[in-house]
Each structure stands twice: as C-alpha cells, then as structure tokens.
Design a protein around this ligand. Sequence first.
Ligand code: HEC
Ligand code: HEC
Length: 327
Amino acid sequence: MKKKSFMTPVLLMIFGLIAIVSFGLQLTGDKNETAETPEATEQPETEQPSSGEIAHNPPSLDDVPDGPLGEAILRGYELTNNTSEVLRAEAASVEDGERVVNGLSCTSCHAGAGMDENSSSMVGVSSVYPMYIPRSGKIVTLEDRINGCMIRSMNGEKFPEGSEDLKAMVAYLTYISEGIPSEMNADLPWRHLNNMDNPPTPNVDDGEALYQKSCIACHAGDGSGTGSNTGPALWGDDSFNDGAGIARMTKMAGYIQRNMPVGAENTLTDQEASDIAAYILSQDRPEWANHDKDWPGMESPSDIMTKERRDQVKDGTIDWDEVLGNN
Ligand code: HEC
Ligand code: HEC
C-alpha cells in the first residue's frame, strides 16, 4: 500500500522532471536510464486496456494528494480552468492584467480544463513532450508549449522562467496524464482530432446567417462572448490572435464541427462548418507580430487567416482555392 501511494503521482512527476532534464543532455538516450526503479513507470495506477489502444481516463481531482504537490496541482487546475479571471485578478493593474492574458481560459478550447476527450484534450501531454513542433522548427518542452498557447491563443505573455504558476500548470497536466506511457506517444487517439483536412470552399454570407441562428445565444452577435467557459469570445480584443492554431481554416472548421454548438455537436455539415469558420476568421482580431518567424525552413500553411486575408474577404478579392491549397 505504502509503496503504491508513493509511486504515483509523486514519482511520475519526478520522472517527468528527470525526463525533461535528461532530454536536454542526451537527446537519444532512454529516459528511464536515469531513474532508479524503471519498472515504476510501467505500472501506472490508471488502468490501461491490454488491446493496445490507450484509454482516455484521467484521474479525479478528488484524488489529488495532500501537501505541496497537491496544492500545486489544484492551483494549476484553477489557472487552466479560469485563466483570465485568476491572472487578471492577481495582476498589479487592470492594464497589466489585459496585457498578460485575453478574456479566454484554456478551457475555452481545451474543454473541461483539458479533460474532455473531444476538445483538444491535454491528457498525456506530459508524456509526449518534449517533442518537435514544425511551427517552431525545434523540439519544445511542455513549458514552451503552454507558453505558446499563452502568446497566441491567449494573446498574452509567456510565464517567466521558473514561474510558480507555470510549474503549477505542469504539475496539473502531469497529474491528468497519469498512466499514459511515454513510449507510445505517437498513438494517443484523441490528439489532433479537431482538424478538417479539405474544407469545402466557404460562403461567408451563409456562415454569417448560420452563426446568427446557431451561435449567438452563447457567443453574442458581435462575437464578444458571454464568458470564458460559457461562450468565449470568438473575435475582437478578448479573443485569440491570428498566430493561434485555431486561426487556420482547417483547425477552426474541424473544431466547430466536432464541438459546436454545445449540445448539438457533430450536426453541422462540412460546408456549414467551413462557412461559419470563414465568417468567424474574417472578423477583426489581434494580430500576431511574428508570422515571418514561424515555420522556419518551410512554407507556412496557406490557410492561416491573417489581416491580409481578412481584408481580402472584406474587399471581395479572397482566393479561397489558394487559402485552402486547391490550386
Ligand atoms: C483559442 C483556443 C485555445 C486556447 C484558449 C488555448 N489553446 Fe492550447 N491549443 C489550441 C489548439 C488549436 C491546439 C492544437 C491542437 C491540435 O494540434 O490538434 C492547442 C494545443 C495545446 C497543447 C499541445 C497539445 C498536444 O497534444 O500536443 C498544449 C499543452 C496546450 N494547448 C496548452 C494550453 C494552455 C495551458 C492554455 C491556457 C493557458 C491553452 N492551451 C489555451 C487552442 C487553444
Ligand atoms: C450552448 C452554448 C454554446 C453554443 C450555442 C455555441 N457555443 Fe461555442 N462554445 C461554448 C463553450 C461553453 C465553449 C468553451 C469550450 C467548451 O466548453 O466546449 C465554446 C467554445 C467555442 C470556440 C472555441 C473558443 C474560442 O474562443 O474561439 C469556438 C470557435 C466556438 N465555440 C464556436 C461556436 C460556433 C461557431 C457555434 C455555432 C455553430 C457555437 N460555438 C455555439 C458554448 C456554445
């Protein structure tokens, strides 16, 4: 008994830290080599079926351990679930708060604080990172990836190095990743689901009509939303900037189809999801300053809805075939 309760999640977290540190030292080395009892990582408390398919089965927050680690996990949960409320309330001034983070929470896109299987679930992220990200052109740590969403999806600022809040978020994400083996990192079936490979050519006017019919109850007619976890801002100052992943047509259309409207998910056709995505992504939103530095050494995806593209929608010159890579 004693051994088991000690083994998880304290040990898993220690292994995570060791893995991250050792990764920097020996990129190709076996992560377990540095651990004293490698078999501990092979017997996670969370049950995994023997079929080979990894189960999405995050532990309950009721089982968070007492003590400093448990406090960090719960703080990380709060920061994930109520990001802007917490960070803005704790900022020195209103202006500071608005600079640090927009009006969204991580839950606005990673529903259930990252524990909803269909909504870009974050279960397992502490097992799959560090990993190579083409947009960054390098191997990024989980800390880097969280900060990536902070400066793009949250249109805010990075957590500073060594930040207790960043450590708390990692502790939380490590906790909900309990039992996900890192050796099978490529096979988590719930990753990268919110994507539509070939969206049909959209009609923005049809998208607007559909939006007004099916979305305004929660997201408001002007897209400013009703709250980060009831209907987050879809455009405008409080929303994501155009360097965010969801500012791409393929990701927005896929996300909308699989997750919206809440209560009637998976009811929109490809055409409808593409129309609404085009309408949302043609509205004004904060601009990402570093588009030219993304995707180093390769061509950027064509479906990023930048300011230039939004202007083309407004003046009627947009070439959707080019945006959607149909040329
Ligand atoms: C506006 C939407 C949005 C918000 C808000 C958002 N994210 Fe994300 N996040 C995404 C998208 C889209 C992806 C890419 C998912 C994919 O590749 O399928 C992503 C990916 C991630 C990943 C990598 C997941 C993986 O499997 O590789 C992490 C970690 C992450 N986000 C953390 C956060 C955190 C922490 C916050 C809050 C501080 C946050 N995100 C807020 C949209 C968002
Ligand atoms: C019943 C309320 C409700 C309705 C109706 C609804 N949404 Fe949402 N929407 C939410 C909630 C709540 C979230 C936060 C994530 C979650 O809980 O799934 C969200 C998140 C989103 C996001 C990601 C977050 C962001 O800020 O970009 C998009 C995009 C989105 N909704 C688009 C739509 C579209 C398009 C429609 C209409 C087809 C729609 N929603 C209808 C409640 C709703």
